[in-house]
Ligand binder design. Structure first.
Ligand code: AMP
Ligand code: MG
Length: 323
């Protein structure tokens, strides 16, 4: 079982070396914990898929430290450059065409001609990327289909016997995964996965309308971004959304003031959606464990579908989808 290691200079240096040797290293980002490996190595990238049990058709996000580095691997048009200038470093992954001489493993693109690139803002992610000195492929550090980890303990429970190192960064500040935005030639800009970046801000920045994938995914959308598959982020027990009055055998995930004290956790008593996003996965992990033990299921309060609430509802809809 892997140890949870402090993010000091020595451990980060070791982690960088381990990535270059092809090992799997889990590290914190501002969104969720990432399961990192050298994105230029087929073998290292294949190990990510194996550890997660991730279907090979679902491509990975590659983490980089500068726009210059990103442009070695992906073709940035003016729209992509504008988005990068505004939202990087930060919780945004851009889908662009791979460059002709792209040295990334083809497996990160699941054999396609596009690549997802992200420049994280979290100081520990950045130090790790600098120590590794290679682009790092890193999906969320959970078993495929499960709840994403926002604490090192979540990673240890799910992948503890499959990884080489686990760097502690405490709780992740954003709490939901990056916004995935595709910027491909002759296509409108699309938000394939909602995150903390507001679609209106993207449209305003680019001065053009953008598309936002709806929660019921068409077969076409799933082909474009297989991570949009409906069941995902799923707890072991079943989950119901938009519940004002939980049943007796349900643990309640509340939002705002509510009158239930038993078996309940509150995403944000003050109805702050950013706080709710930060708490979402940790509270789902906790309620799931409680419900498995007590043969309960989970009921979730209505969450306003605005700003980062769109990302929260997206994750909950997939958590509620039949498996
Ligand atoms: P994860 O890193 O596990 O949170 O998932 C990464 C998300 O990015 C998934 O939804 C993927 O389907 C999506 N993604 C990664 N690369 C691409 C790509 N080249 N084209 C479309 N979607 C992608
Ligand atoms: Mg994931």
């Amino acid at each position: 079982m892997v140890e949870i290691l402090r993010a000091n200079q020595q451990n980060l240096k070791e982690a960088g070396k381990a990535i270059r040797r092809g090992e799997l290293v889990v590290f914190p980002t501002e969104t969720v914990y990432g399961l990192g490996a050298d994105a230029t190595s087929d073998k290292a990238v294949a190990a990510i898929y194996k550890a997660k049990g991730r279907p090979s058709h679902n491509p990975l996000i590659v983490h980089i430290t500068s726009l210059e580095q990103a442009q070695k691997y992906g073709k940035f048009d003016d729209r992509a450059k504008k988005l990068a200038a505004k939202f990087w470093p930060g919780p945004m992954s851009l889908i662009v065409k791979r460059t002709e001489n792209c040295s990334l493993s083809e497996i990160v693109s699941a054999g396609g001609d596009t690549v997802a690139l992200r420049m994280p803002a979290h100081p520990i992610s950045r130090q790790l990327l600098e120590a590794a000195n290679v682009p790092v492929a890193a999906p969320s550090a959970n078993l495929s289909g499960g709840i994403s980890p926002t604490l090192p303990e979540h990673v240890k429970q799910g992948l503890g016997d499959k990884i080489f190192m686990l760097i502690d960064g405490g709780a992740c500040l954003v709490g939901v995964e990056s916004s995935v935005i595709s910027v491909l030639p002759n296509e409108s800009v699309k938000i394939l996965r909602p995150g903390s970046i507001d679609a209106n801000d993207v449209a305003q920045l680019l001065g053009e309308p953008i598309e936002q994938s709806q929660q019921s995914k068409s077969a076409h959308d799933i082909l474009i971004s297989p991570g949009l598959l409906s069941s995902h982020y799923a707890p072991k027990v079943s989950l119901r959304m938009n519940v004002n009055q939980p049943h007796k055998n349900e643990a309640y995930l509340a939002f705002g003031k509510h009158g239930f004290s038993n078996h309940s956790l509150n995403l944000s008593p003050s109805q702050n959606l950013h706080e709710a996003a930060q708490n979402l996965f940790a509270m789902l992990h906790a309620l799931d464990a409680y419900c498995v033990e007590n043969k309960f299921s989970i009921a979730v309060a209505p969450i306003p579908n605005t700003s980062i609430g769109i990302a929260i509802n997206d994750r909950l809809t997939r958590a509620a989808a039949p498996k």
